[in-house]
Every structure is written in C-alpha cells, then in structure tokens.
Design a protein around this ligand. Sequence first.
Ligand code: GLN
Length: 559
Amino acid sequence: MPAKYIFVTGGVVSSLGKGLAAASIGCLLESRGLKVNLMKFDPYLNVDPGTMSPFQHGEVFVTDDGAETDLDLGHYERFTHAKLSRDNNWTTGRLYEQIIAKERRGDYLGKTVQVIPHVTNEIKAAMKKVAQDVDVAIVEIGGTVGDIESLPFMEAIRQMRQELGRDDTLFVHVTLVPFIAAAQELKTKPTQHSVKELLSIGIQPDILLCRTDRFLAKELKSKIALFCNVQEEAVITAKDVASVYEVPLVFANEGVDTLVLKYLRMEAQDRDLSKWEDIVHRVYNPKDTVTIGIVGKYVEYEDSYKSLKEALVHGALAHNLKLQLNWIEAEGLETGNQSNSNDAQLEDYDGILVPGGFGKRGIEGMLIAIRYARENKVPYFGICLGMQTACVEFARNVVGLAEANSSEFDQATPHRVIYKLRELRGVEELGGTMRLGAWTCKIEPNTLAHKIYGKLEVSERHRHRYEFNREYEEPMVAAGLRISGSTPDGTYVEMVELPDHPYFIGCQFHPEFKSKPLEPHPLFSTFIAAAYEHGSKRRAEKDVAAVEMFHRPEKVSRR
Ligand code: GLN
C-alpha cells in the first residue's frame, strides 16, 4: 500500500517544538506497529547547516551517510526507528542547487524554469522518495506560516492533498495559545490568525496542536474549533512538559494517534508505550543526582550541543539518576589563570566532558580541565575536539613536549600531535575535507573501550578535519596512553584512553548522535556510572573528613 502523509507546519512563533511534535507523532504511530519515516524541509538558502554557526542554528546533526542536517533529525532518530539520510533533510538552497544543475545540463528542454511547477515538483519528489516502504511519512516544514521562504513548500503540500486526497494526507498545525497574565486568560486570536494565513494559501489544517502552559478547557477548544474550521476533538492541548520524552505520552492522552488513524482511515494495533512510560517514570523518580561539567566553547547556547545533552540524559536515566549539567565556558578557565581558582571551579564535578568544537578559542581552558581530570582521577570523556585536546594535554604534560598542539590552533607548532591528514595527502583546503558520517572502528581487546562496547567492531559518526598524528604514537604510548580504537586499515586513530585512570576516554567520533532514550549509548551510560561512583566516593570522604573535624578535641574546646 502506498504511504500516507502527515504534514506538520508551525504558526505564530518559531520554537514551538514542531520537530518534537513530528517526532512524537512518529513515536506514537510506531507504538501501534506502523512503519514511519520523517523528513524536514528548511526554507533557508544555505545548502546545508554545515557552514552555519552553532549560535545561529544550533547543533549540526550528522547522519550515517555523512549528511550535515538540522537538529530536528536528532529528535526523529531519538523518538523513532526511522533510518535517516541526506534524503530526509532538504533546504531551499539544496533544492535550487539541484534544479540549477539540471537547467545547466539542459534537462528542462528549453522550458522556462519556474517555482511552480519545477520547484514544487522537486519538493514533492523528495517527499515521495522518503515515503517508499513505509506506512506513514511525516513531513515537517521549517519556519512559520507566513514566511516568504516557506511558500513553495506550503504550495507543494497543498498539491499533495490535491493529488492524493483526504484519506492519504493530513495537515497538522502547531500553534500557540498564550496565557495573558494581565487578562488572566488564554488567548486564541494568534491561532485564528495563523490558520487564516494557512487557509489563504489553500491549506485547511485537520489537527491543531496548541502549545500552552495549561489545559485548554472545553469551551476554549470549541471556540478554536469554530473559528478555525476543525473538529473539536482535533484541538489538542500540547501542554509544556519538563521532559521532552513525556511529549508522546501527553499526545497519547489527548488521543492524537487515534485521531490520526481515524482521519487517515488506517487500522493499527493497540498502542504500547510501556517503555516510554518507564523512561518518564525514571525522569521523575531519580534515586540520586550526578553532576557533569561540560567545558566547551558554545556553552551559552545549549542547542549547540543538543544531542550531547540528550545522550547524557539517556546515560543518567539508565542508572536512575538525575543529570545536573554545568556548562563551563572554556575561556573562563583560561582567564582564571590561578590554578587554584580553576581547581575550585572544577572540583565539584563528578565527571568532566570536553565536547566537539572548531577553532582556537577556549583551547587552553579545555587543557586545564583535562589536566585536572587526569591528575585528580576524575572521570573524563573527550568527544572529537575533546579527544584531540586530551592528546595535546598528554603530549605536553606527560610526554614533555611543551609546545605540542593541533595544527588547527598553531600551524607552526614543532609537535603537531593532531594534524590534517587529508591536507598532507594533497586534498584541497576548502570543502570536502571533512571526515563525515559512519566509519567502522576496530577496538583493541582488553581495553576500556572493549569493556564499554562489549564488542570489537563498532560504527560511529564523524564530523571533523583533524586527526591524531601516528608519528607521535610511540612516545605517547610509551608514556602511558593507550590507542584503543582505529579504522580497520589503521590509518585513523578513533579512540584513546589512559589505563592507569579509572575512566579517561577520548573518541574521534560523535557517539551522541546514536544515543536514544530507549537505547542509551554505552559510552554515555558508562561515563555516567563512573562519574557517579567517583562523586559518591568523594562525598563519602568529605563526610568522613567533616566528622573527623567535628570530633577533634581542640576544635570543640575552642568553641
Ligand atoms: N576542530 C576539530 C576538527 O576539525 C574537531 C571537530 C569536532 O570536534 N567536531 O578536527
């Protein structure tokens, strides 16, 4: 049977959680035994978000096939089993790039190339491609209704309804119903306007997901239904929740999946959300807290490390722990050049993590944090840049190569322990030099990495230019570094660790892209476990010290 389509649009303001809504609908449909795929159209002109600043756009999510995509694809993968690739994320820029290449080749046979039908046809073809072999394809349109850039996408989904009919297409509109404090009232006007905007381009939404901070009363739902021309049952309260993993449960309570099946005339088995219920139960009933310090560069804007944060949450949930994340601006550690003040900043963490990043800013601060973790036996997890900086720190402070560096930060360093292998091999500097997507990593037996994964071959996703320089392998290994993972041909170093440390590991790849709440990534769950153990031990020692202080006779008598 051909796939059915759910189109998700957003109104009123951005950041209403359209991506999470799409992912949660996918999750609900999967819980009823259906096969789903999800895709996102981003109306901006960049070909992909790869070159955009993390401050502008948040994290760049990487798929197995090496596509640099929107972070909403991360939600899709965390909430469903959909296999995502570059086909699942299209920007206006990439669509036009493709159309213009065709035009130059003469594929349009002399015709005038126009937004309708040529751009809209490309958009529809992209949707149909991801809809092969699934029951339902969920298509999210980025931006907000009324944006000039999103018009071709809106037109394409309008045409899809025209082409396929009501039973095979469904329009879900995510909108805002704000509570106005002065009036002590929820207001429906923004939603009415947003739907009017949609109607003006020929789209009548079927379901309204109303983002709000409180439940919508029946009268309010009737009012929205009347003004927006939808069934009352299709006005859904999408109430704010403390954990994103609760959204599928909230939607289930509101009957979103039942409604979707009814409108799309589909049969499906009863929903089974028991695993999600268990996750949410853990979120609200942790046995204790684990505190992790992330020392990085883009820490003011948490969306820059979206998957990382979620992966740490998954790791904590696996041990029934609440995650306390502290974002430490690496540059702050550099300026606090007194080593004591830096130590004071770092000592309260159960574990320290240096995440991925680009450019020189904050590197010295990261090295300070890594040295602290190494010397004080605090669990350390270095991801991509965090592995590279761990190698630089080790080369400088253990091997004794004081000027060791990555050639990314110092071109003239006499000891480039991290360098651009591809550049040396004659690959051009600009574009195409990143190692992207899934690469196989062979793991050395009897290493921490082996213990963590429980196997000797894994596949993980990459996004970086620089690599460990094997010329420094010998002195580094002699000084105590262990190379525990490499590409099967041995060219690239993928994992390093310190055997004389309870938990010190670095990986050149980004495991956070593959962690899911129901399948926490082993690197994150073991890091959290090690951190929790370290923290518990440290707290116990502190308690003993405090008790000892209290019982010292001279202290007591002086009071
Ligand atoms: N800047 C480093 C590189 O390009 C690390 C990249 C990253 O952490 N993703 O290799």
